[in-house]
Write a new protein. Structure first.
Length: 327
């Protein structure tokens, strides 16, 4: 017998104060994939997500979790089986990183030794060594570090499903790109079912195994990134995807394009080994996220230029502005 899908929506309807948010939602999310719900604000993405762990209840229809209606689970058991990562991670300020991570495992009666082992392993997996970070308090973390701790907290009790509600939208572009890469790396190791909500089509195309495009409470298309990119089912999807192309191009740009923009200052620092004008922005973005400054030689004029995170952000803003002006 085939294993049940992780999550299924069958003819689900949701109303708020007399207004229909979702009229007839039918959706299947297989186990072990990153499934992205993408669409503009107000499209019903977060409402759909919250019905999985019963933070919202449907007015009609059925939602199943590994073959069993979510309404049949004891609420505590259901939520302990589902990790949740929010845009604003809301770590407990009076608890250390390790104590924040241990909250759900302790409720599930996991042994202290097992909690410590899992905490150390997961912190290492997100590049926050326990020796350095486990005893810190949230106010000593950067936004990106806090979000990494939030991801570890969601994974700590080894849930079958992780819900991620616009988890990186409050971060700067470099931190956001790093955490997108982190999710892909963790998924390759852990093979969780992740339901990921975003309003950013570029983010959806990058992290999703499959994508559901939502608008006004209706799913317009479900498919792989390639299917949606190459064969958009509606004009709305084609237009929405076109708005993501700027961000996609930025990460694929070479440093020659960044140099040509004129936003970088010259430097007397010798050129950084392994970084040339043909290096892509995506290749150097993680290094800039650690506050490193790179020196890039420009063959076009013979000068060397300093590239740091603020300089790259200026370039990104310039490209976005230019693209909007063209349109």
């Amino acid at each position: 017998m085939a294993a049940p899908n992780a999550i299924e929506f069958h003819h689900v309807r949701k109303n708020f104060t007399g207004q229909t948010i979702l009229s007839d939602l039918n959706l299947t999310i297989p186990a072990g994939e990153i499934f992205v719900l993408v669409g503009p604000s107000g499209s019903g993405k977060t409402t759909t997500l919250k019905m999985i762990n019963r933070l919202e209840e449907p007015n009609a229809g059925t939602i199943t979790f590994f073959g069993r209606p979510v309404a049949d689970y004891p609420l505590q058991e259901l939520r302990w089986s589902i990790g949740y990562v929010l845009q604003h991670i809301a770590l407990f300020p009076n608890m250390t990183v390790a104590e924040n991570i241990a909250v759900i495992p302790e409720m599930k009666k996991m042994s202290r030794t097992r909690i410590q082992e899992r905490t150390e392993a997961l912190l290492a997996a997100v590049d926050l060594p326990a020796a350095e970070y486990a005893q810190r308090y949230p106010d000593a973390l950067s936004g990106g570090e806090a979000q990494r701790v939030g991801i570890v907290r969601a994974l700590a009790a080894d849930p079958g499903v992780i819900l991620m509600d616009e988890p990186f939208s409050a971060l700067d572009p470099l931190s956001r790109n790093q955490l997108q890469d982190l999710i892909l790396r963790l998924q390759a190791q852990l093979h969780k079912t992740i339901v990921f909500v975003t309003h950013d089509m570029h983010e959806a195309l990058k992290v999703g195994d499959r994508i559901a495009v939502m608008h006004n409470g209706v799913i317009h298309q479900v498919g792989t990134p390639a299917e949606i990119q190459q064969h958009p089912a509606t004009n709305f999807i084609a237009d929405f995807f076109a708005g993501a192309e700027v961000g996609h191009v930025v990460w694929a740009d070479t440093l020659a394009q960044v140099l040509a923009s004129g936003v970088l200052p010259t430097t007397t620092q010798p050129p950084t080994p392994g970084v040339t004008s043909q290096t892509t922005v995506a290749a150097i973005a993680p290094r800039l996220g650690t506050n490193e400054t790179l020196a890039v030689e420009n063959p076009a004029d013979g000068h060397t230029y300093a590239l740091d995170a603020p300089g790259l952000l200026q370039y990104i803003v310039l490209v976005h502005t230019s693209e909007r002006d063209i349109k």
